[in-house]
Design a protein around this ligand. Structure first.
Ligand code: ADP
Length: 372
C-alpha cells in the first residue's frame, strides 16, 4: 500500500522530531549485526577476532568484556571502520557496512584518555565536530546547549579543559562525541582514566547518560563489574572468540561455561559428583544442592560463589591459604581435602595456615556450568 505524499511527509517529520528529542541523527539509532566477523593482523597467524556473531539492537548499551588481549579494541576498530575485516560481515541497520569508509558510518568515538583539545575551552571542544561539518553558528550553539544539558555540565561551558577533574573531562568527551548526533557511540574503557573511588559513582551516571541520549552504545571494559552494572547486553570475549552474549542476569545465573562463571560471575568452578535429586558432593561430607535439572548426570562443574559456603563447626576441613579484608567481612581462599580451592566469607579469626570447618549455606542452590 502506498502512502500519500502528505502522510509520508508528516510521519517523517514526526520521526525527525522524535529523533531530535533523543539527540540522534538521521532519524534513528543504528542496530548492528556481527556475522562471523574475523580479523587477523598482517604478519600474524592467529585471528585477533575469530568468527564473532551477535546482534546489537538500536538504542541499547552493549559492553565488550574480557581479559587483556581478547580482542575488544580490535572489535571497536572494526566497527569504526579503522580496520577492514578479513572475514565475515558487519551489518548496520541490516545493510552490509563491512567495507564502508569510517567517515560514512556516522559513529561517535570516546577514546580511553578522552583526547580533549587542550587549546580549546569546553564549548570549543564540543562544537569542534559541528564546525568541521560547517553547521551554522546558531544551530551549533543550540546543539552545544542540548548536549551540555544532557551531560549535566552546563556550568562548565566556558571552562578551560585543563582545569577539569577526570569525571568532568569524561563528560566533555562524551558531549563532544554526541554533538554531531552519531547513530552509534563507541567508548574505549570510558572509566579507566578515573580514580578508583570515582569509577563506581560515575558508572551509574554514565549509564544514565547513554540511555538518555538514545544512541546505540558499544563500550569496551576489562572490568566485569562495570559491564554488568552498565550494559543491557554483555559480550564476553576470550582469545578472539565469543564465549557468551546475554543480559547481565543471564551471564550471572546461567554462565555458558567455566570461563564466564569465573570471569563474569566472580565464581570458583569446582568439580562435583551428582548423588541424585540435585545433591552434588564437592568433597567428602560437603554436599550442595544444584540449581537445574541433573537427571542421568554424574559429573558436574559448579560455579561456587563466595556466599555459597559458610563457616560451620559441623562442616568439613578447609585450610585457609590467603585472605583479604572486604569491609564487612574477610574473604578466605583455601583448600578442601580433595585439593579443590574455594573462597568464602569468614570473620577475622580465620587466618592463613588455620583449618576451619565449612559447609554449604542452608537453602543455597549452586549454579551448574557443565555436566556429563
Ligand atoms: P584487548 O583490547 O582486548 O586488550 P586487542 O584487540 O588490543 O585486545 O588485541 C587482540 C590481539 O591482537 C592480541 O593478541 C594483540 O596482541 C593483537 N594485536 C593488537 N594490535 C595488534 C597489531 N597492531 N599488530 C599485531 N597484533 C596486534
Amino acid at each position: 500500500m502506498s502512502m500519500s505524499r502528505t502522510e509520508a511527509t508528516s510521519s517523517s517529520r514526526a520521526a525527525q522530531r522524535r529523533a531530535d528529542r533523543r539527540g540522534q541523527a538521521d532519524g534513528e539509532a543504528a542496530s548492528i549485526e556481527f556475522r562471523d566477523l574475523t580479523f587477523t593482523y598482517p604478519g600474524t597467524t592467529t585471528p585477533a577476532v575469530n568468527g564473532i556473531s551477535f546482534d546489537v539492537s538500536a538504542s541499547s548499551v552493549v559492553a565488550l568484556v574480557g581479559p587483556s588481549g581478547c580482542g575488544k579494541s580490535t572489535m571497536l576498530r572494526l566497527v569504526a571502520g579503522l580496520l577492514d575485516p578479513t572475514g565475515g560481515q558487519l551489518l548496520i541497520d541490516g545493510n552490509d557496512a563491512t567495507h564502508i569508509r569510517p567517515e560514512h558510518r556516522h559513529i561517535g568515538w570516546v577514546p580511553q584518555s578522552y583526547a580533549l583539545f587542550d587549546h580549546l575551552d569546553v564549548t570549543g571542544n564540543i562544537s569542534f565536530g559541528l564546525r568541521m561539518r560547517k553547521v551554522p553558528a546558531d544551530q551549533r550553539a543550540e546543539r552545544v546547549r542540548e548536549v551540555l544539558e544532557l551531560c549535566r555540565i552546563t556550568e562548565l561551558a566556558g571552562r578551560s579543559v585543563g582545569d577539569l577533574s577526570g569525571g568532568q573531562r569524561q563528560r566533555v568527551a562524551i558531549a563532544r562525541a554526541l554533538a554531531t548526533k552519531p547513530r552509534l557511540l563507541l567508548l574505549d574503557e570510558p572509566l579507566a582514566a578515573l580514580d578508583p573511588q570515582l569509577r563506581r559513582t560515575l558508572r551509574s551516571e554514565l549509564a544514565r547518560l547513554l540511555r538518555a541520549s538514545g544512541v546505540t552504545s558499544l563500550l569496551v571494559t576489562h572490568d566485569q563489574t562495570e559491564a554488568l552494572a552498565m550494559a543491557d547486553r554483555v559480550a564476553v570475549l576470550q582469545r578472539g572468540t565469543l564465549e557468551q552474549f546475554g543480559s547481565p542476569e543471564q551471564l550471572w545465573n546461567t554462565p555458558a561455561n567455566p570461563f564466564v562463571a569465573e570471569f563474569v560471575g566472580s565464581a570458583t568452578v569446582v568439580e562435583g559428583t551428582h548423588l541424585g535429586n540435585g545433591v552434588v558432593q564437592v568433597a567428602p561430607g560437603l554436599e550442595v544442592l544444584a540449581d537445574g535439572q541433573l537427571e542421568g548426570v554424574r559429573r558436574v562443574q559448579l560455579a561456587l560463589r563466595n556466599t555459597d559456603l559458610i563457616v560451620d563447626p559441623d562442616g568439613v576441613p578447609f585450610e585457609v591459604q590467603s585472605r583479604e579484608f572486604i569491609g564487612e567481612s574477610w574473604l578466605a581462599t583455601g583448600e578442601l581435602e580433595t585439593g579443590a580451592f574455594v573462597t568464602l566469607a569468614t570473620d577475622a579469626t580465620a587466618r592463613p595456615g588455620d583449618t576451619v570447618k565449612i559447609a554449604a549455606r542452608p537453602g543455597v542452590q549452586v549454579t551448574v556450568v557443565e555436566s556429563e
